[in-house]
Design a protein around this ligand. Structure first.
Ligand code: ADP
Length: 411
């Protein structure tokens, strides 16, 4: 059990709440868990502490609040050593609009601002607010810190974040590129600087976060200068079920010619496209690789398109960087799929990338390192760790007199 200061990290999704107790200095996780199926029938909570795994059913339609109460009463209170090490709660918040360019201590003004940004992230900001509210009640003595997915991208210049639409849409309604996955791209940037022995504000990186959602960011001198996700997480790369970039004219064509409603178009672009839509088989990269190996043509096509489109973005992001210290792959696909990485690097030979097939094969299941030859432009695999960034930010923002004064609160 830990003796150093620990941070409780909460990540509230629309129907899930992931939690972890993390040492902000080392990144070691003393506890990890997830409440899943929230608001639905048969929700469950699973957690792992000291190597022991547990799963318990929660009452039907259990909420984020129920999970936090369970966490306090059933998981933390029986382990006072863990509970009393907590110095802060770090909350992942998806959208901070233009208001937040860094992590902040949460007060009434901050929760109001997160509520204001909910129109931009209707599925994500409301559950984050539920988590904040419940955590404030459960841990009244602990500092609560919000870490925003959008914050890292607030350094983008106007020419990267303004759409070529009538300017009043930005001025009056905040319609612009915000970007997502900022916490992951920031982790990758800081880790790359560490690995290359460069200062963070002197490192130039192209960071490709490839999970079910996928985005890519150009980072100059440690700051995001362009990113592929936009107002919403739909723009940019091909994803599991999301289309990424398409000709917007297609949407009008679907509506005018085939009577698609807006709701149907939304469903098509967000849930029926991407790897799933192309392959007509699966949104899951691993399943597609297996099917492709068995000769499934749709699976090959999906993987080909995914890789080609990613390579195009990587090539484009050489423009704002001028000189690139490293291309980094992260996220479930980036960390594990040597097939996708190999295809992408093959497309980028003209930019000096030469894959090292053996190293590429070795980088999987949490391994970190180089996948290119010695004389090549550098490509790395870095397993992301958003939770650790949240824990570090939260610990750094703890006011001095709040440290280690937690008792938890059984209501
Ligand atoms: P999320 O965005 O939901 O956090 P992840 O980062 O966990 O997603 O990434 C999920 C994706 O990673 C899935 O497409 C999955 O198939 C893929 N993936 C995981 N392991 C492998 C692997 N060994 N080979 C290829 N793809 C993998």
């Amino acid at each position: 059990m830990p003796t150093a200061s620990q941070v409780l990290v909460l990540n509230c999704g629309s129907s899930s709440l992931k939690f972890a107790v993390i040492d902000p200095k080392s990144g070691v996780e003393a506890l990890t868990g997830i409440g899943d199926g929230l608001g639905q029938s048969e929700p469950v909570i699973s957690w792992q502490v000291q190597g022991d795994k547990h799963t318990v059913s929660l009452p039907d339609k259990a909420s984020h609040t129920t999970v936090i109460q369970f966490l306090v009463d059933e998981i933390l209170h029986p382990r006072p050593q863990l509970l009393h090490c907590l110095v802060a709660v770090g909350h992942r918040v998806v959208h901070g609009g233009e208001k937040f360019s860094r992590s902040v201590l949460i007060d009434g003004e901050v929760t109001d601002a997160i509520r204001d940004c909910a129109t931009l992230a209707p599925l994500h900001n409301p559950p984050a607010l539920l988590g904040i509210e419940a955590a404030r009640k459960a841990f009244p003595a602990l500092a609560q810190v919000a870490v925003f997915d959008t914050a890292f991208h607030q350094s983008m210049p106007r020419h990267a974040f303004i759409y070529a639409l009538p300017y009043n849409l930005y001025r009056d309604h905040g319609i612009r590129r915000y970007g997502m996955h900022g916490t992951s791209h920031r982790y990758v940037t800081e880790r790359t600087a560490e690995l290359l022995n460069l200062p963070v504000d002197g490192v130039n990186v192209i960071s490709a976060h490839l999970g079910n959602g996928a985005s890519i960011t150009a980072i100059r001198n440690g700051c995001s200068v362009d990113t592929s996700m936009g107002l919403t997480p739909l723009e940019g790369l091909v994803m599991g079920t999301r289309s990424g970039d398409v000709d917007p004219g297609i949407l009008m064509h679907l509506g005018c010619r085939f009577d698609y409603s807006l709701k149907e178009v939304n469903d098509l672009l967000n849930r029926k496209s991407g790897l799933l839509g192309i392959s007509e088989l699966s949104n899951d990269c691993r399943a597609l690789e297996k099917a492709a190996g068995d000769g499934h043509q749709g699976a090959w096509l999906a993987l080909d398109i995914f890789s080609y489109r990613l390579a195009k973005y990587i090539a484009a992001y050489h423009a704002p960087l001028k000189q690139v210290d490293a291309l980094v792959f992260t996220g479930g696909i980036g960390e594990n799929s040597s097939l996708i990485r190999g295809k992408v690097l093959d497309h980028l030979e003209g930019l000096g990338f030469q894959v090292d097939p053996e190293r590429n094969l070795q980088m999987r299941s949490g391994a970190e390192g180089t996948i290119t030859r010695a004389d090549s432009a550098l490509a790395l695999v870095i397993p992301t760790n958003e939770e650790w960034v949240i824990a570090r930010d939260a610990a750094n923002l703890v006011p001095g007199d709040h440290q280690n004064h937690n008792g938890g609160n059984r209501e």
